[in-house]
Structure formats: C-alpha cells, structure tokens
Design a protein around this ligand. Structure first.
Ligand code: FMN
Length: 168
C-alpha cells in the first residue's frame, strides 16, 4: 500500500489550523504527520504521496521556516512520488502575489521529478497575479483565511476527496 504524509510547520498559526482540518478529513490513521521544521532527508523521502502546506510571506516568498529544507530538496530525486500542495494567502492584502508560495514550491517539486496532483479551479477568487496559476487552474489548493474563511471547510473536503482518487 502506498504511504502518505502531510508536511507543514507546526509553529504556524493559520496553516496549522487548516492542516488539522485536512488531517481530520483524510482520517489521521491514513497519513503520517511531519513537522517541516524538524524533518530530515531520510524521514522525508519515505513516502509515495505528499500533502504539503505552505503560506506565502514577504510579498510572494516562502516563509523563513523553509530556509533549511528547500536547499535540501534541491539535492533530492523525487521521481515516482506525488505531491499535493495547499497554501494560505491573502488575496485582498497581496493581490499581486496571491498564494505565490504554492507555485514556488510546485516549481521546485517538478524540477526534481515529482508529479503534482490536486489542481483546482481559479473560480471563486479575486486577485491580480499568482505564481500558483497553471493555465486556467491553480496547481494546488489556495486557502484565504483573511477574506474567505467560510469557504475553507468546503474547499478542504472537496480537495481531500480529489486527492484520495489521485493518490491511488
Ligand atoms: C508580512 C506578510 C507578508 C505576506 N505576504 C503575502 C503574499 O505575498 N501573498 C499572499 O497571498 N499572502 C501573504 N500574506 C498573508 C499570509 O499568507 C496569510 O496571512 C496566511 O494565512 C498566514 O498563515 P500563517 O498564520 O500560517 O503564517 C502575508 C502576510 C504577512 C504577515
């Protein structure tokens, strides 16, 4: 059976809350839970499927807690593995960089041979630009707790259902 992990920083505020929701919908026995700030290459590479949570900070950049792990990914071979990325952003506060972190991380994963799954529709958001865009889709799940908190539960439920099929 394939092995799945969710990977995010436990020291975050909003990302942790959304991550807990994702874990609840997946069922906590169906995936391992890894802290992005503690994982090493060996513990990270044990899985077939990854659900990765990343907020966007600093006007379109990854948060500081990725500073150690991102360079390590650069040396990994991720071929044969599937990655679903979810991000938190603020489409009104940062309309030109909405959820850029999802796109930045997606580019990195793809450059190392990983396969992206969990693409979603651009409909229902209002922003100007996002590195998460891939044609008329977003290359992951974009959550906005600042402006659309009431949509989060439904978005998570639909996305996890999609992943359960795409991870097979
Ligand atoms: C200094 C700062 C910069 C931010 N930059 C962006 C950004 O460029 N794009 C975006 O979509 N959201 C941006 N945000 C919004 C955060 O991504 C959003 O508040 C997110 O929910 C934070 O999640 P966290 O509590 O897990 O860190 C920024 C927030 C702060 C405080």
């Amino acid at each position: 059976m394939s092995k799945t992990a969710i990977f995010y920083s436990f020291h975050t505020n909003k990302t942790s809350k959304v991550s807990e929701k994702i874990i609840e919908v997946f069922g906590k026995d169906n995936l391992d839970i890894l802290n992005a700030e503690e994982v090493n290459e060996e513990s990270f590479l044990k899985y077939d499927n990854y659900v990765i949570g990343v907020a966007t900070w600093w006007d379109g950049e990854l948060p500081n807690y990725w500073d150690e792990f991102v360079p390590a990914i650069d040396d990994m071979d991720l071929s044969g593995k599937k990655f679903a990325i979810y991000g938190l952003g603020d489409q009104k506060g940062y309309p030109e960089n909405f959820n850029d972190g999802v796109g930045i991380f997606a580019d990195l994963i793809e450059s190392k041979g990983g396969k992206l799954v969990g693409f979603t529709s651009k409909e229902g958001y209002e922003y100007e630009a996002s590195r998460a865009e891939r044609g008329d889709q977003l290359c992951g799940l974009c959550i906005d707790q600042e402006n659309q908190p009431r949509l989060t539960k439904g978005r998570v439920e639909k996305w996890v259902e999609q992943l359960q099929k795409e991870f097979k």
